[in-house]
Design a protein around this ligand. Structure first.
Ligand code: FE2
Ligand code: FE2
Length: 191
């Protein structure tokens, strides 16, 4: 007879069904790193979807950087600083997504070939300061919609990737709000 070392009280609060089995599986596939047999996502699809988000972030980084260097005119200083800050934050998002892809046993797709096709948002240069802000706002709104879909897809199957995308989505919403405020202050109603 096996004596349990758990007190009845402790047992009542334990929700892990078979800790021995979990420990055995953890050892068996140790080279899979963070991906255990308990991972409930469709790994290949999650990696593909995250690679699309990665491409989106890179295209947004490039577009904001271009706008930063090209910003000119009477309001350019403040707007250029906003473009630069967004560019750096999009780069940060790209890095976080790439890290997560590697954790899942995938490879971040950084191939410039096909980058614009993999990205959800577009690379539009824009002619004037107002055009640039409008194009950035459109791109943010595309990211907000498509990241929302990714978050709903991940659901309860990959909470870590979902939390990451939720955190990124919150920043994209701030970006969109920043841009809307800029358009307002520059006297354009965005139409
Ligand atoms: Fe981003
Ligand atoms: Fe953004």
């Amino acid at each position: 007879m096996v004596m349990s070392t758990f007190s009845p009280d402790r047992d009542k609060h334990s929700f892990v069904t078979d800790i021995q089995e979990i420990r055995r599986r953890a050892r068996e596939h140790i080279l899979n790193g963070a991906v255990t047999e308990g991972y409930r996502g469709d790994r290949e699809t999650v990696i593909r979807v995250l690679n699309e988000a990665l491409a989106t972030e890179i295209v947004c980084t490039l577009r904001y950087r271009r706008h930063y260097f090209m910003a000119s005119g009477i309001h350019a200083q403040a707007v250029a600083q906003e473009f630069l800050q967004h560019a750096n934050e999009e780069q940060g998002h790209a890095d976080l997504i790439a890290e997560r892809i590697v954790q899942l046993g995938g490879a971040p797709d950084l191939n410039p070939q096909g980058l614009a096709t993999r990205s959800h948002a577009e690379y539009v240069e824009g002619d004037s300061l107002i055009d640039m802000i409008k194009e950035d706002l459109v791109a943010e709104r595309i990211a907000i919609d498509s990241y929302g879909e990714i978050i709903r897809y991940l659901g309860a199957n990959d909470p870590t990737s979902r939390r990451l995308m939720e955190q990124i989505l919150a920043t994209e919403e701030e970006h969109a709000e920043d841009l809307r405020t800029l358009l307002e202050s520059l006297g354009s109603d965005g139409v």
